[in-house]
Design a protein around this ligand. Structure first.
Ligand SMILES: [Zn+2]
Length: 478
């Protein structure tokens, strides 16, 4: 026979919050351990009393949540992430970690409510960078280039740098990152994400891709003596079976996205055209896409141009990363397949090699075709999302620098802002939850002193950051 306390405990289990349940179980365990036959009446009475107190506790806890303090943000100008135009003088009511409502500024605010006065500022949703590498610490050739990341830094140093990177992102108003592989740091992104979620370190929401996948001859480290077995920055596979297995392993260890390298080396041919070495076959990619879609997740494909980019589209990639050179037919295929385009313009405009060297010619060819492709993608209304490739760019630099590249190539500022807010949220299956200032969304709110629609560089100077309803940074009010 079940003891009465256990029966009652089973009945109430689903409705008590964890803290109340802990209090209940420790108290009731002590009592219910007594001899039931001699104490059955008394035990029923006391169990009922404990239950009453438990419900009272639970009810008051829930009542407490309902009465969680409301904070109101007064926005001089609000860019909400989805609307075509900004709105003046708006009030954003925040309760707990969510936005409760957004009203006109003329609505009265009940007395006793905390008001954050951003009436001289422009308020926006927290920003989203859809292409970062929190475990990458620059690729400056004078500091050992990419290889130094793996050869000279142990996992603790890399984790410390990743901790710095995520904090830097949040300080700059980036409240979510799609982090597209750890560059040899294994499943570190998922562990950094865990540290953020448990409150151990500050940082944005992380959508991690873990190790990434490429083929033999398709990723660094390379160029060493063939006798040496070098570590690789990505998981290397050959054949559809290995490809599917790698995707399974990565998904099993918590990958939110799968990242695949569809091109690797690139150079300029005799006619001066950019050529990229393809990596996975369509069959290998299809195995990965099929597996990943089965888990309800998506596949991001690094692809510069040519054969590899075509295979990425034919294999069913969900997003094209970089996409330096895309033909009209490829852009039309992306449009019809609903493929996202994450151009990452910034890294291709800095650190060009000497113009007379093969590397220098390649660098210039990349930027030249990238510009043409971006403008074509814009005209075709591809789903363009903001991505920087931070990590390749040192984390000490401003993340928002990508905005001026996009706007400089003809993207309207509001469109650029939406590429880093609501459109990115849509790609991340977080539509209405992040990337928007609207009722029901997480309270992810930032502000700048000036008008980013007039000067997009204002986004490099985010002065206020609210993350999950808590103020992380405020340099705009006293
Ligand atoms: Zn990248």
């Amino acid at each position: 026979m079940q003891r009465p306390c256990n029966m009652l405990k089973d009945l109430v289990k689903p409705v008590i919050p964890r803290s109340a349940a802990t209090r209940y179980s420790s108290a009731s365990r002590a009592f219910c351990g007594m001899n039931l036959s001699s104490l059955s009446r008394l035990s029923l009475f006391v169990c009922a009393a404990i239950l009453y107190l438990t419900f009272a506790n639970a009810a008051s806890a829930q009542g407490g949540a309902a009465a969680a303090a409301v904070t109101v943000i007064r926005a001089g100008t609000l860019i909400d992430g989805t609307s075509d135009a900004p709105r003046k003088n708006q009030l954003i009511f925040v309760r707990g970690d969510r936005i409760e409502k957004v009203t006109d500024g003329s609505v009265g605010i009940p007395s006793g409510i905390k008001v954050i006065d951003l009436s001289n500022a422009t308020v926006l949703p927290g920003l989203i960078d859809s292409h970062t590498h929190i475990f990458l610490w620059g690729e400056d050739p004078h500091k050992g280039g990419y290889d130094a990341n793996i050869l000279n830094a142990g996992i603790a140093l890399r984790a410390a740098r990743a901790t710095y990177a995520v904090r830097r992102a949040l300080e700059q108003g980036f409240v979510a990152l799609r982090d597209l592989e750890t560059e040899g740091a294994g499943y570190g992104d998922i562990e950094i994400k865990q540290a953020i979620e448990e409150g151990t370190i500050p940082g944005p929401r992380i959508f991690g891709a873990t190790r990434a996948i490429s083929t033999t001859g398709g990723y660094n480290l390379e160029g060493y003596a063939p006798e040496l077995v070098m570590p690789k920055g990505a998981q290397i596979v050959d054949g559809p079976v290995e490809a599917r297995k790698a995707a399974r392993e990565q998904l099993d260890h918590g990958a939110d996205w799968i990242k695949v390298y569809m091109t690797h080396r690139s150079w300029v041919d005799k006619e001066g055209k950019l050529v990229s070495q393809p990596t996975l076959t369509v069959e290998e990619l299809k195995a990965i896409v099929d597996e990943t879609h089965g888990w309800g997740k998506k596949v991001a494909c690094h692809a510069y141009n040519g054969i590899g980019l075509q295979r990425a589209l034919d294999g069913g990639c969900d997003s094209i990363e970089h996409g330096l050179e895309m033909t009209d037919a490829q852009i039309a295929q992306m449009k019809s397949q609903g493929t996202w385009y994450c151009p990452t313009l910034s890294p291709y405009y800095d650190d060009w090699g000497d113009p007379n060297t093969p590397g220098g010619k390649r660098d210039r060819a990349r930027a030249a075709v990238h510009e043409i492709t971006f403008k074509k993608a814009l005209a075709a209304h591809l789903k363009i999302v903001f991505g920087t490739d931070m990590g390749g760019i040192p984390w000490t630099e401003p993340i928002a620098q990508e905005f001026k590249r996009m706007v400089g190539l003809g993207m309207p500022p509001m469109d650029a802002i939406q590429s880093a807010t609501s459109r990115a949220a849509d790609m991340l299956e977080m539509k209405g939850e992040i990337g928007v200032v609207a009722p029901g969304a997480y309270a992810e709110v930032i502000a700048v002193a000036g008008d980013p629609l007039k000067n997009i560089d204002e986004l490099e100077h985010v002065g206020f950051v609210m993350h999950n309803g808590s103020i992380f940074k405020n340099e705009l009010t006293k």
